[in-house]
Structure formats: structure tokens, C-alpha cells
Design a binder for this molecule. Structure first.
Ligand code: TRP
Ligand code: SF4
Length: 400
């Protein structure tokens, strides 16, 4: 009934690193060729935990968007926007909050997990409890049916589905209504089906009440119709029973296999990252000084790649030939660690080259980024406003 649509958001954490690229961004870039995509900066979500230090949100957002563009997210294919610039998200969040059972929110696993993780911060706030509901509003307002997220976000998508179901049940009757109604129409037989469709069109397009009366007569005459089909066809005539909000599905993003410089997962909090737009000199220096197999003290000691973070970089970046060379050379001490690191350095620099190139224009002229986002916000807002019209109407808030 509604077209395929992908939506995903990222909290503005500032400059992104290669872990983000290999985990999330490559996926976005593939998706943008397949579906209409909406990607946004979840700045309000950032505020749920950073409400006492909001100073960096704007700068982090611009940095992050430049990183998206640098990585190859294409603004001529995907819509890029900032959550807070589409205030309809907040309106839907509010309206949904009226019918959100507190228990549903308290049961979302990230609620307690994050509170425990960020013990230093008071997260017993209304906004933080509502985090998954805000996320649900982000998704539902675009009727997005596919949401690329990591594993940790799956409960939020499940929660979103429950909210959509609850809303449709309360205000829109059954999901799949239109398809079922079309099936019911067929059961009228071809002659009556045609008349029914004509009458329905006449009512829906011209508001002709007499068409409704005639259609009711027609349905009354159709003897072999089940009770369910009959009710559906009455509803369908007047356009009732719509699926107002769409249940989304998570498109699971595979966990990034990108290791950090120390062999742990690459993450800002571990201080083991290479940022997307890091300059070549710094990248080279970071990899040159990377920890290797601690047992390999002297050049003449044999090493074990399985105990070396550099090997994990080879797994991501090197072909079979190079990997064989590392395995043999390391275990027999026929290559040195500096030698071993060179292909990794070359591969990372090569990967970053087009990113630097794409970023350059945006760094030199920030107005370009502003324009892309202004354009994206406008497009997103149109879609959001369409949904909000239906939502307000369904909830009896149509004062026109
Ligand atoms: N909660 C997501 C995260 O922390 C970010 C997010 C906010 C999001 N709204 C969204 C992701 C809507 C997908 C869809 O990563
Ligand atoms: Fe690590 Fe390569 Fe040195 Fe072996 S040769 S310890 S894999 S850096």
C-alpha cells in the first residue's frame, strides 16, 4: 500500500571513524541505490543524555554530515536532514505518548542498560524514558518500512511496531485493510464489483451521498457475501479502516568487523580510532606505532598473527596473497613488523583518498552542506506533514 522506504538516524557524536564506515555507512551507501532513503541527525536523541552539555551538538552534527557525504552518501539519491528541523517528529511523539503504556517503555532493555552504563548522569528523566517513543515517531512519521540498525536497536524497532499496531487498532482498524477490501470486492462478481467501484469513486471523488445509498443497496442484494466481507466493503466505501501508520522492519546492520588500533572494537571511548577524514600523516603514525604481538620482542623472534591487532587490519584490508605473506613471514620471522604494517597503511590511505576528495568542497564551503540539509529538511518535512494530517484526523484533531 505504501511504497518501500528506508530511514535511519545517528546521534551527533562528532567526527566519525572507520568503524562507523565499515559498520553503518557502507550499508547506507548500498541502500541508497536500492530504495528511497532518509538519513537524519538525531539531535534530540543526543539531548536525552546530554541535556546538561548541549554546547557541542550543532558542531558535531555538521561534522557528522560532512563525514556521511565524504563516505559517499549521495544527497541526490538520499534525503539528509536534522531531526529538530522537522518539528512534526515532536508532535507525533506527543500524540503517541497519550497512548503509550509506561510499562512498555520501562521494559525496553536499553532503558536500564544505559542508566547503569551512565551512572554518573541522572537519567531518571521523562525525556530519557521516552527515548524509544521518540525513535518510534522518527520512523512512523515517514511510514518507513525498513530501518537499518545495529543489534542493540532491535528492541526499539520492535517497540515501534507495537506502537504502530496499537495506533492502527485504536484509530484505523485492521492492517492490510485495503488489500482485504479489494479481495472482498472481487467476491461481488464482476458486474457488481464494477458497479461498486464506480459508486465508491463517485462518493470519494465527488462526495456524492446518493452513491453511498446505491452502494448499500447493491451490497444488500449481494446474497453470498460473508459478514466480514460485507463490513469491510461498507468501510471501504467511505475510506475507513486505513492503515495509518506502517509497521517497520529492522534491516540488521552486521556488526562492524573493524578493529581498533589496540585490537578491541574501534570506539571513541577506547581512544583507538582512526577518523574518516584523518590526515595521512597521522594515520601513518598511528599504524606505525600500533601494538603488535607482545611476544615478538626482537626482530628475530617469530610472532603469532592471532595475537596481533595488525593482523586484524589485514583481515579487513588485505587480499589472500598479502595475508599469506603475513602469516608465513610473521611465524618465520622473515618479515619485520614495520614491513608488515606497510600494506595496511597503504590500504587505509587508499580508502580515505576519495573521502578526503569529496569532503574538500564541503570543508571549503560550509554553505554547500547547509544547502543540502535545508533541501533535505524541506523534503522530509513534506512527508512528515502528510502523515500528521492523517494522524490528526484519525485522532479527532482535524479542526478545519
Ligand atoms: N537510537 C539510534 C541509535 O542510538 C538513533 C536513532 C534515533 C534512530 N532515531 C532513529 C535509528 C530512527 C533509526 C531510526 O543509534
Ligand atoms: Fe603483527 Fe605483522 Fe608483526 Fe606479525 S609481523 S607481529 S602480524 S605486525
Amino acid at each position: 500500500m505504501y511504497a518501500e522506504k528506508v530511514l535511519s538516524g545517528m546521534r551527533p557524536t562528532g567526527r566519525l571513524h572507520l568503524g562507523h564506515y565499515h559498520g553503518v555507512l557502507k550499508n547506507w551507501i548500498n541502500l541508497q541505490h536500492e530504495y528511497p532513503c532518509l538519513f537524519f541527525v538525531a539531535d534530540w536523541h543526543a539531548l536525552t543524555t546530554a541535556y546538561d552539555e548541549p554546547g557541542t551538538i550543532a558542531a558535531s552534527s555538521w561534522d557528522m554530515i560532512i563525514d556521511w557525504l565524504a563516505a559517499g552518501v549521495d544527497p541526490s539519491q538520499a534525503t539528509l536532514f536534522i531531526q529538530s528541523r522537522v518539528p512534526e517528529h515532536a508532535e507525533l511523539h506527543l500524540l503517541l505518548s497519550m497512548m503509550t503504556p509506561l510499562g512498555w517503555l520501562e521494559r525496553v532493555p536499553t532503558y536500564k542498560d544505559q542508566q547503569e552504563k551512565m551512572e554518573h548522569k541522572d537519567l531518571s528523566t521523562y525525556g530519557f524514558l521516552g527515548y524509544p517513543l521518540l525513535q518510534a515517531a522518527d520512523i512512523l512519521i515517514y511510514r518507513a518500512n525498513r530501518v537499518p540498525v545495529g543489534e542493540d536497536q532491535v528492541p526499539h524497532i520492535e517497540f515501534t511496531r507495537e506502537m504502530a499496531r496499537r495506533f492502527n487498532h485504536m484509530y484505523g482498524r485492521e492492517p492490510g485493510f485495503e488489500d482485504k477490501a479489494r479481495e472482498s470486492v472481487k467476491k461481488l462478481g464482476s458486474k457488481r464489483a464494477k458497479q461498486y467501484e464506480e459508486l465508491r469513486t463517485r462518493f470519494q471523488e465527488k462526495g456524492d451521498e446518493s452513491a453511498i445509498e446505491q452502494a448499500h443497496e447493491l451490497l444488500d442484494e449481494a446474497q453470498n457475501l460473508s459478514h466480514g466481507d460485507r463490513e469491510r466493503l461498507f468501510g471501504y466505501l467511505e475510506g475507513g479502516g486505513k492503515m495509518i501508520l506502517v509497521e517497520p522492519e529492522a534491516l540488521l546492520t552486521e556488526a562492524s568487523r573493524m578493529p581498533g588500533l589496540d585490537g578491541q572494537k574501534m570506539s571513541k571511548s577506547y581512544g583507538n580510532t582512526i577518523s574518516l577524514r584523518e590526515d595521512a600523516e597521522s594515520v601513518t603514525e598511528k599504524i606505525r606505532t600500533m601494538q603488535t604481538d607482545p611476544q615478538r620482542v626482537r626482530r628475530t623472534d617469530a610472532g603469532d598473527p592471532d595475537k596481533c591487532p595488525v593482523w586484524q587490519f589485514h583481515v579487513v584490508y588485505s587480499n589472500t596473497e598479502v595475508k599469506d605473506w603475513v602469516q608465513k613471514g610473521c611465524r618465520s620471522a622473515s618479515i619485520g613488523c614495520i614491513e608488515c604494517k606497510q600494506p595496511v597503511i597503504d590500504a587505509v590511505l587508499k580508502e580515505q583518498e576519495p573521502m578526503h576528495e569529496r569532503a574538500r568542497a564541503y570543508e571549503e564551503d560550509p554553505q554547500l552542506v547547509r544547502n543540502i540539509v535545508a533541501d533535505g529538511c524541506e523534503r522530509a518535512r513534506k512527508l512528515a506533514q502528510e502523515t500528521m494530517r492523517d494522524v490528526r484526523e484519525a485522532m479527532g484533531l482535524d479542526f478545519s
